[in-house]
Write a protein that binds this ligand. Structure first.
Ligand code: PLP
Length: 231
């Protein structure tokens, strides 16, 4: 059985990207095993996701609940790890808390409490990152850096959530990418010094993942550089 051309090249692109991550990590003396690739599959087909699953990719990120639910159902036998990385709405919290393993985009207590209430008691806690708006991008989700510590400590008391770290997303034309990523890494260190126990820096997309690796990213969220353009 041969794969259609665009799916065959997809597994090659996964190999290339994984090799690149190893090389970039080595260049800054980091263990590549501490860097997890979240394949951002919004706008991509179930067949494309399945091709990557077959090639060994287990972790996928989606932005839109309605788009994600049929994919999660269709690919259930692969036991993939699903990360919600899109803008959160309160009326979607219940389904998100039931169907995803991680949520990267929490930026207020009300949404955190809604996810906490909705996470089934029989499930392990929902794994959470706080989204930080480092570059002060207007109209973008995320907390200002000065409000992160207070929310982090509040969320750490919610039993069905497990706060794991911080997430950010920089504009494509950001002039200070490395510095912003380093600021997020510093903030994580400060939170840990204040009594939290966080291990996740979700930062770096197709246009800026090398800088994110340099600054200490533990999760890269990469879509177009892996799948090609979205439909
Ligand atoms: C779409 C998206 C990505 C992936 O972006 P690419 O540029 O395709 O790599 C990563 N993170 C978030 C939050 C996104 O919305």
């Amino acid at each position: 059985m041969t794969l259609p051309q665009h799916l065959a090249t997809l597994s090659q692109r996964l190999d290339t990207l994984n090799q690149q991550i190893v090389t970039l990590a080595a260049a800054v003396k980091r263990d590549p095993k501490t860097i997890k690739l979240v394949a951002v599959s919004k706008g991509q087909s179930i067949a494309a996701i399945e091709t990557l699953a077959q090639a060994g990719q287990r972790v996928f990120g989606e932005n839109y609940l309605q788009e994600a639910l049929p994919k999660i159902a269709a690919l259930a036998q692969w036991e993939l790890e699903w990360h919600f990385i899109g803008q959160l709405q309160r009326n979607k919290a219940k389904a998100i808390a039931q169907h995803f393993h991680w949520v990267h985009s929490v930026d207020n207590l009300a949404i955190a409490e809604a996810l906490n209430r909705a996470r089934p008691l029989a499930s392990s806690p929902l794994l959470i990152c706080l989204q930080v708006n480092l570059a002060h991008t207007p109209n973008q989700a995320g907390l200002p850096i000065t409000q992160v510590a207070a929310l982090a400590h509040q969320i750490s008391h919610l039993p069905q959530l497990e706060l794991r770290g911080l997430m950010t997303l920089l504009p494509q034309n950001d002039s200070d990418t490395l510095k912003h990523f380093q600021n997020l890494a510093t903030l994580l260190t400060e939170l840990n010094q204040s009594g939290l126990n966080l291990d996740t820096l979700s930062m770096g997309m197709s246009h800026d993942y090398p800088a994110a690796i340099t600054a200490g990213a533990t999760m890269l969220r990469i879509g177009t550089a892996l799948f090609g353009p979205r439909q």
